[in-house]
Design a protein around this ligand. Structure first.
Ligand code: FDA
Length: 411
């Protein structure tokens, strides 16, 4: 297709996932002529598999403190202009039934597909044109000095021809779940336009272990225990964290909300710290005279699942020993083990099992009020491809909505 035949748009959104579709719908309803391009056969796949198929679409308690970024202040503007309550109102307006599952996390009662349908309907209301599957092979900014090109300076080469636009919105997400078409194309585009990128790695991801300490725990796969997890070091990129959540023992290592949250702060070679006793006062339990003649595994079993209590007693060579016979040193060692188990993960389960990508387009190159590149007017980045990563619990979708919203209002 020649340039003369090309279609002209106010903006082309590349990536029709959560952030891209939402941004397109808002911009379309503001009167902009919007094209969405996506290489996937089916759009919204990540939304469909999110929240176990019920999509944890936002979190009522979402604040900037729920996000990791090299610049923690960057999210403030977008999150204050489009709040969780705004998206909740939108969901209500579509009569989509939902419920709070845990700590402000809102899930659809029926299916994540209802959120995808909502996004398509919003796009329809805005007259948005969606083309997929389409392969984007290049993005160019045409010389502004050429008067003929000045109105539509951006040119996108695709497998179906050239599309021209006043602005480009990169919304191609991150690398998790490559099987459904995840790419880091937005980062290639950022680099093409000389924008800095913060190194990426899988986050909200299960951790794997090779240590001997873990050997007898792998047999307890499937067990879920409320714990306190501490992860990260002060000197590292995102500092430290502490989460009170459930930990899940798996064949390969540790998972569950506590570990997924901790994984975002964890770095290779570091230990994570687990307090298996969470809110229980261990001194009270250990000093209780009523426990003197009880077996160690039974004392632990009063607080922990029986199988785990036995595994820990065995690991510390205290299985079958009456508490009165356990010396001070062994008691202290058991206490340290139970309240501050420092264990070094061998690694993460990688992009296949990660929920989000940590890192991305460096926020220092973007205007937080609009999501536009500071040095490349008309080039925007929204959603997961930006160096903004939410905690588990609906914060990542809230970022997709909020960043898409402010971008749409600036197009
Ligand atoms: P998203 O991934 O949604 O969309 C990107 C789009 O770009 C896709 O349609 C893709 O096909 C397209 N694309 C990629 N490369 C392209 C290219 N080169 N050319 C053209 N198109 C391209 N979050 C949350 O808040 N609550 C939850 O319950 C969950 N649950 C969850 C479960 C699982 C299993 C995962 C993997 C992730 C979650 N998340 C989540 C995270 C959430 O899904 C994620 O943060 C958002 O989908 C990010 O929205 P984006 O629009 O940025 O990317």
């Amino acid at each position: 297709m020649s340039v003369e035949q090309a279609n002209n748009w106010d903006a082309i959104v590349i990536g029709g996932g959560a952030a891209g579709l939402f941004c397109a719908g808002v911009a379309g309803q503001l009167g902009q002529k919007i094209l969405v391009l996506d290489h996937a056969e089916v759009l919204g796949e990540k939304i469909r598999i999110s929240g176990g198929g019920r999509c944890n679409f936002t979190n009522m308690n979402s604040t900037p403190a729920n996000f990791l970024s090299m610049n923690p202040n960057f999210v403030k503007s977008a999150l204050s202009r489009y709040k969780a309550s705004d998206f909740i109102e939108l969901v209500k307006s579509y009569n989509i039934p939902f419920h709070e599952k845990h700590k402000g996390q809102l899930f659809c009662d029926v299916s994540a597909k209802q959120i995808i349908d909502l996004l398509f309907e919003e796009c329809k209301k805005g007259g948005v044109v969606i083309k997929n599957p389409v392969t984007v092979t290049g993005i160019k900014k045409i010389n502004q000095e050429d008067a003929n090109q000045a109105s539509y300076p951006w040119s996108v080469e695709t497998s179906t021809g050239i599309e021209k636009a006043k602005a480009i919105v990169m919304a191609t997400g991150g690398l998790p779940v490559p099987a459904i078409g995840a790419t880091d194309y937005a980062l290639d585009v950022a680099k093409q336009f000389n924008m800095p990128v913060v190194n990426v790695r899988p986050a909200l991801v299960p951790l794997s272990f090779t240590s001997d300490e873990f050997a007898n725990l792998s047999e307890l796969s499937g067990l879920s225990v409320p714990v306190k997890v501490k992860s990260g070091t002060k000197s590292q990129r995102y500092g430290t964290c502490q989460f009170d959540e459930d930990l899940l023992l798996t064949h390969k290592g540790l998972s569950g909300p506590a570990i997924l949250q901790g994984s975002s702060y964890w770095h290779e070679g570091e230990a994570i710290h687990i307090n298996w006793f969470n809110d229980v006062d261990i001194d009270e339990l250990f000093d209780d005279d009523a426990n003197r003649l009880k077996l160690t595994e039974n004392i632990l079993g009063a607080v922990l699942p029986q199988r785990l209590a036995k595994a820990f007693a065995e690991q510390k060579n205290l299985m079958g020993r009456k508490w009165a016979e356990v010396g001070k040193k062994d008691r202290q060692a058991l206490k340290d083990f139970l309240t501050n188990w420092a264990v070094k993960p061998a690694g993460t389960l990688g992009w296949k099992k990660a929920e989000v990508m940590l890192g991305g387009v460096d926020t220092k190159a973007l205007d937080g009020q609009t999501m536009m590149s500071k040095d490349n007017p008309g080039l925007y980045f929204i959603g997961e491809c930006v160096d903004v990563t939410g905690h588990l619990g609906g914060h990542n979708f809230q970022w997709a909505w909020a960043s898409g919203f402010v971008c749409a209002h600036s197009l």
